[in-house]
Design a protein around this ligand. Structure first.
Ligand code: ASP
Length: 586
């Protein structure tokens, strides 16, 4: 090794030792007679000192010529510092340098490589290798590494084996668009990159593997958001001879193990809530249960009193923002504007202030007297000082809008504390979802999810009412993972494809391999997959998954560092039998 120690390990006990360190120059401070250099590597920062009367004059000159991010090797003696720095682990010592070698120079970096940087996101992405030198990014990659180790440790201890499944496959219908890869040897035919290893893991169960997992890349060609990437990583798992409860227990234990090992936190038993209840009480299938503020429905109390907005609404529903009766006109306007945003689309917001003196002031005083408002407040369990916020309209949309408002108020009131962890299983999802556009049922989870046995008889008569053996794990309002008990019977699987609008032939062509496998002794099985990048972000209490990925893509799905996607050569196209289409002269 070129070095004897790292830049993070020397302490007061090392004083007097001769050491050699290698690293990058974070900063150089030239005070005339003394030059200090902060030398950085993965492990930390150590200060080097070049001092008149102690250090050879030529070395001091050399130190003065060092630029930011030069890679250097410095040998010297560990000495105690005069002015110690309690903020850094190596802050008691410095290295009095006696030999210095430049291993490589560096251009002036395009942004400062320190904990706080002046680099904007695009610049940081373009020079991601420089961004990775910064501690906040490096720590996120270290957390990710630790998570991977711990996931493997846990699953291995539970007899899961890691099996790799192919990346060049054929479409898996998980609801998103596929990335496709042309085949040179089979002209006009394409592979698809897996949206998940769903069918393969089920085939592994038919193969008797019993407990499978894989930390695996998945690919979905969807519109991107802060918590989505076109390629992302899943902890993908499947088990045989299980019921839903076994999966919930196994993976609740895994999540607790991760929190304990990584954060030293003991999680409580996970809450459980049905999909229906989650929608009714929180307007979301991923409710943030760090705080209450459950919805209260008011149709009975408010309809038929001559206020058109309420009378014409399918649902009138509100939340109690505790202690917010003092909100000013302006603050209420801000909330009204918030719910009217195009993403939220509420028409307006009704408020009721529960005044300290027991009276009420509302935006609908013209239609509702004190007695009526008092009745509402009772239904909310509101106290003097509270503020009721009410929306009205079509059921699903109104619930969605109120859910956004609930989260907004939760944030404003500091109820979404990142140190608090509320983990919940959302259960009993509907099996099917009606799609207005295609006028067809879609599988809410995927077509391999089994209906609840007691609901199977409704498959033909009332498909929309059939519940699935499906579950999501939600942590602090973020979907960490989801899965289901699968269909393992050929006939039922065929019926499912039929309900989803596949003809027999289409189903056979696309999924014949799976249905055939079910004829050779498929065991009952089920599984789950976690969004690994997201789970890392949740564990760190952050929203954006990008910094937990070494080389992420931007919002347009581009890698701005390597500049991809990119055109390919005429030769490559010819070999693939693909004709280039000129778009608007591009
Ligand atoms: N394949 C599913 C997904 O990617 C997870 C599962 O059902 O196990 O969401």
């Amino acid at each position: 090794m070129l070095r004897t120690h790292t830049c993070g390990e020397l302490r007061i006990d090392h004083v007097g030792r001769q050491v050699t360190l290698c690293g990058w120059v974070q900063r150089q401070r030239d005070k005339g007679g003394v030059v200090w250099v902060d030398l950085r590597d993965r492990y930390g920062i150590t200060q080097l000192i070049f001092e008149e009367g102690v250090t050879e004059a030529s070395l001091i000159e050399k130190a003065k010529s060092i630029g930011r991010e030069y890679v250097i090797k410095a040998t010297g003696e560990v000495v105690e510092r005069y002015a110690k720095n309690d903020n850094m682990p190596t802050g008691d010592i410095e290295i009095s340098v006696s030999a210095l070698a430049f291993l490589n120079g560096s251009q002036i970096p395009p942004f400062t490589i320190e904990d706080e940087t002046d680099g904007g996101e695009t610049l940081r992405m373009k020079y991601r290798y420089l961004d990775i030198r910064r501690k906040p990014i490096r720590e996120k990659l270290e957390l990710r590494h630790l998570m991977m180790q711990k996931v493997r440790e846990y699953l291995n201890s539970e007899q899961f084996i890691e099996v790799e499944t192919p990346y060049l496959i054929k479409s898996t219908p998980e609801g998103a668009r596929d990335f496709v890869v042309p085949s040179r040897m089979n002209k006009n035919e394409f592979y698809a990159l897996p949206q998940s290893p769903q069918t393969f893991k089920q085939l592994l169960m038919v193969g008797g593997i019993d407990r499978y997992f894989q930390i695996v890349k998945c690919f979905r060609d969807e519109d991107l958001r802060a918590d989505r990437q076109p390629e992302f990583t899943q902890i993908d798992c499947e088990m045989s001879f299980v019921e839903q409860e076994d999966i919930l227990q196994t993976f609740e234990r895994m999540t607790k193990f991760l929190y304990k090992e990584i954060k030293g936190i003991d999680l409580e038993v996970f809450q459980r809530i049905s999909y229906d209840e989650a929608m009714r009480k929180y307007g979301s299938d991923k409710p943030d249960l760090r705080f209450g503020m459950a919805f209260v429905e008011l149709n009975e109390e408010v309809q038929g009193r001559g206020f058109m907005v309420f009378d014409s609404a399918e649902l009138v529903v509100g939340i109690n923002a505790e202690g917010c009766a003092g909100y000013t006109r302006k603050q209420l306007d801000v909330l009204t504007d918030f719910v009217k945003k195009p993403q939220i689309r509420a028409k307006g917001l009704v408020y009721v202030k529960c005044n300290a003196d027991g009276t009420f002031k509302s935006s609908v005083d013209k239609f509702f007297g004190q007695d009526a408002l008092k009745g509402w407040a009772e239904k909310f369990g509101a106290k003097p000082g509270d503020l009721l916020l009410i929306l009205a309209g079509e059921t699903n949309q109104t619930r969605k809008a109120l859910s956004e408002l609930r989260l907004e108020i939760g944030s404003r009131l500091g109820l979404r504390d990142e140190h608090k962890i509320a983990a919940v299983w959302v259960l009993d999802f509907p099996l099917l979802e009606w799609d207005e556009e295609t006028e067809r049922y879609h599988a809410m989870h995927h077509p391999f999810t089994s209906p609840k046995p007691e609901d199977i008889e409704k498959l033909k008569s009332a498909p929309g009412a059939v519940r699935a053996n499906a579950y999501d794990m939600v942590i602090n309002g973020v979907e960490a993972g989801g899965g289901s008990i699968r269909i393992h019977d050929r006939e039922l699987q065929a019926e499912m494809f039929d309900i989803l609008g596949f003809s027999r032939e289409e189903a056979e062509a696309q999924f014949g391999f799976l249905m055939n496998a079910f004829e050779y002794g498929a065991p009952p099985h089920g599984g789950i997959a976690f969004g690994f990048d997201r789970l890392c972000a949740i564990m760190a209490g952050e929203q954006n998954i990008r910094d937990f990925i070494a080389f992420p893509k931007n919002n347009s799905g581009r890698d701005v560092m390597i500049n991809s996607p990119a055109k390919i050569s005429e030769e490559q196209l010819n070999e693939l039998g693909i004709k280039r289409v000129e778009l608007n002269g591009l």
